[in-house]
Design a protein around this ligand. Structure first.
Ligand code: ADP
Length: 692
């Protein structure tokens, strides 16, 4: 009878496998460098005999050989679990595995096998480093991963070793531990360049000391925040780089913590996978891994939105004045004026659906001097052709870069006198905040009247405010339904509604769309409640925007990980009814209460929403890798602290909403490990729900 468990970890540079006995004993293990495939096709059918010529074929061959050499067959294995960054959709055709887990969870499972009380782990591999810490308050494992650059990874030490002609295995024994040589730890390339510079002047032992110190510091800078200020703590150091005693030495020095290098440190991921294979077998028959379903009828509201978008953004009706708007300027005024509105960030996002055009636009922007320091929404605008507007409205907060780029654009399109930037105090506590904004809006109206050569019909503005109220009322009802029901629509679709930023506030069309959406949700609720209770699933809140170029990560979260995004921050309506008789002050109030101006208010909204909507996790997409003021490091930090107090974990995903070329590589692992941690907390195992 099959009573062994196979764990396989295919990393960026090495292949690891562990065979575990029923009693939890490591029977066999292997750790070997993978070789690049230099011939054959990159992918084939998986029905081959394991010639090893294609990449997955080579993995299959390595696995087969390992089992054969150790005297095993697949039939001896009660279950196979795989992990590692090189596992792809195709892998199953080559390795018959039962389950795939993230490297984070595999490393935790491996560590806990020999150190059941472990609560802090650093794993440093060839491509990234990770830090996993158990949070007793939230009762789950939290983790951080590097993943954008080679600094702080084994590849950095490999390149240093190659430059100095020292085998990586011998680095630790050659380090001069008394040396105070330091290298840049900001960037692997810069750091390696420092080595070139000093190669012939500084003794080898000092150079290696500098490199290992830089390595330890970069690990701590990128993922070690969870460990700082906790001297005396016991940390398990695992992964290939843990073989390097010098890095462990400097980690010890820098953290003041006890650094333990476990016996199987190189194969901890594979060991964890094998342990999880054993757990999987024990749970067989008890797991309910059915995917969550949604009421299948097509949403008419989606078609209505699409038609509105097409009409608005691609209309060439020159009888109406064209206004460029940023995301925050109140659209009710522009709709009352009867303008054609072009919300430029939204326009850029629509553009992002065509990857080739975005690449071209970003290229043009780069030639104008806008590199990756500038927000990619704004870079796209700098790099594309825009229809010349009659007027331009922007705001000073919350996106300061937008205001500057709008200034730059009007200079380039030679219309500097047609820009009005609304001064937007950051919060209601600012003295006279409402009056300042209302005065600014009056000024904007005056300038637009001059530019359009006609007065704003105040009756039309009143009407627009009334329509805005009607749409908001339906919006609130929609949100209430979504908050108090099982998942009704996929977040990966609803996120593109982003009603807060809509330019249709103040139009009948928007009221109709919201009403239609509300009616659809009622129908979906009736359907969903026959099948699920509100407590049946994870309930995620998505904060800030998604990547617009594809929905891969959101689909992965909802479909593969079975963790529905129940609501999106950009659909939240935080303001109360507006007063049609006092439109400008009302719009000022609305602007101040949307939440996006004031980070503290935004966090307050989340704190209120968590118990009301039973959110069990929160995802913050940090557009621009944390450079965007709407999702920057201080905001993420404050959000994390607030959520921690409420026992709700945060997944901060680094990435970019527009520029697909700078997508970091570990996003899928971060998402999987986040949901696995939620599963573990909720169901007591990381695979998923148990049958009732
Ligand atoms: P991955 O899982 O991403 O393939 P590993 O965890 O196997 O990565 O780590 C690979 C890295 O570990 C290599 O880049 C190398 O720098 C380092 N490494 C591996 N073996 C040793 C060793 N014996 N001594 C020092 N460093 C090592």
């Amino acid at each position: 009878m099959a009573s062994k468990y196979l764990g396989i970890d295919i990393g960026s540079t090495t292949f690891k496998a562990v065979v575990l006995s029923d009693e939890g004993e490591v029977l066999e293990s292997t750790y070997q460098r993978t070789q690049p495939v230099d011939s054959g096709r990159l992918a084939c059918t998986g029905r081959c005999s394991g010639c090893g010529n294609c990449n997955m074929g080579s993995v299959r061959k390595t696995t087969d050989l390992f089992l054969k050499e150790k005297g095993f067959n697949y039939s001896d294995m009660a279950a196979v679990v795989v992990t590692g960054s090189q596992i792809v959709d195709d892998t199953k055709r080559f390795i018959p595995f039962d389950f795939q887990v993230s490297e984070v969870s595999a490393h935790v499972a491996g560590a806990k096998h020999f150190y059941p009380d472990v609560d802090a782990i650093i794993d440093c591999g060839g491509q990234d480093s990770k830090c996993m810490v158990y949070n007793p308050g939230m009762q789950l494992w939290t983790s951080m991963m590097s993943g954008v650059c080679a600094a702080g990874t084994g590849s950095y030490l490999d390149s240093v070793a190659a430059k100095l002609g020292v085998p990586v295995e011998e680095i630790a024994s050659k380090v001069n531990y008394d040396s105070d040589t330091e290298f840049s730890s900001v960037c692997a390339v810069l750091s390696a360049t420092s080595i070139n510079k000093f190669k012939n002047r500084i003794p080898l032992g000092d150079l290696l000391a500098g490199a290992c110190k830089a390595q330890a510091r970069t690990i701590l800078n990128s993922v070690g925040q969870l460990l700082l200020n906790r001297p005396g703590r016991r940390i398990l150091f695992q992964g290939g780089v843990a073989s390097n005693g010098a890095v462990a030495h400097y980690l010890r020095e820098m953290t003041g913590c006890e650094i333990i290098i476990p016996k199987y440190h190189q194969v901890m991921g594979a060991l964890g996978a094998a342990c999880l294979a054993r757990e999987f077998v024990n749970l067989k028959g008890k797991l309910n891994l059915d995917k969550i379903e949604y009421e299948p009828s097509r949403q008419k509201s989606v078609a209505m939105r699409t038609s509105c978008t097409k009409h608005d953004f691609f209309s060439r009706d020159t009888s109406k004045p064209l206004v460029w708007r940023n995301l925050f300027f109140p659209p009710e005024i522009l709709n009352a004026f009867g303008c054609r509105i072009r919300t430029l960030e939204t326009y850029a996002a629509l553009f992002a659906r065509r990857p080739q055009r975005v690449k071209q636009a970003l290229g043009c922007a780069a030639q104008k001097g806008f590199d990756q320091q500038t927000c990619s929404f704004l870079r796209v605008l700098e790099g594309m052709h825009l229809e010349q507007p009659d007027f331009v409205v922007s705001t000073s907060q919350p996106c300061q870069q937008a205001e500057r780029i709008f200034e730059d654009l009007v200079a380039e399109y030679r219309i500097p006198d047609r820009l009005f930037s609304l001064h937007t105090p950051i919060n209601k506590q600012t003295p006279n905040a409402v009056d300042v904004i209302a005065d600014g809006l009056a000024q904007a109206i005056y300038l637009m009247e001059k530019s359009f050569g006609r007065k704003l019909d105040m009756g039309r503005l009143e009407e627009a405010i009334d329509l805005s109220n009607q749409a908001a009322a339906y919006g609130r009802k929609c949100n209430e339904l979504r908050w108090t029901s099982p998942p009704l629509v996929r977040g990966s679709e609803a996120i593109y509604n982003a009603v807060v930023f809509s330019q249709w506030w103040g139009t009948q069309e928007f009221v109709d769309i919201q009403k239609q959406f509300y009616e659809e949700l009622l129908q979906k609720k009736a359907w969903a409640e026959k099948r699920y209770s509100i407590d049946d699933t994870h309930r995620l809140l998505w904060m800030h925007l998604p990547p617009f170029y594809d929905t891969r990560h959101l689909d992965f979260l909802e479909e593969r990980c079975n963790a529905p995004i129940v609501f999106e921050e950009t659909n939240f309506i935080g303001w109360g009814p507006l007063d049609p008789k006092d439109p400008l002050r009302s719009l000022a109030e609305k602007l101040l209460t949307t939440g996006f101006l004031d980070p503290a208010l935004r966090i307050e909204y989340v704190k209120k929403a968590i118990p009301a909507a039973k959110f069990s996790g929160c995802v913050l997409y940090t557009h621009g890798f944390g450079r965007c003021s709407l999702a920057d490091r201080p905001f993420a930090r404050h959000l994390r602290t607030a959520l921690e107090e409420m026992g709700v974990p945060l997944l901060a995903l680094e990435g970019d909403c527009m520029d697909a070329s700078i997508d970091p590589c570990s996003t899928v692992t971060k998402i999987s490990s986040f949901v696995e941690a939620l599963n573990l907390k909720r169901y007591g195992n990381l695979f998923g729900k148990l049958r009732t």
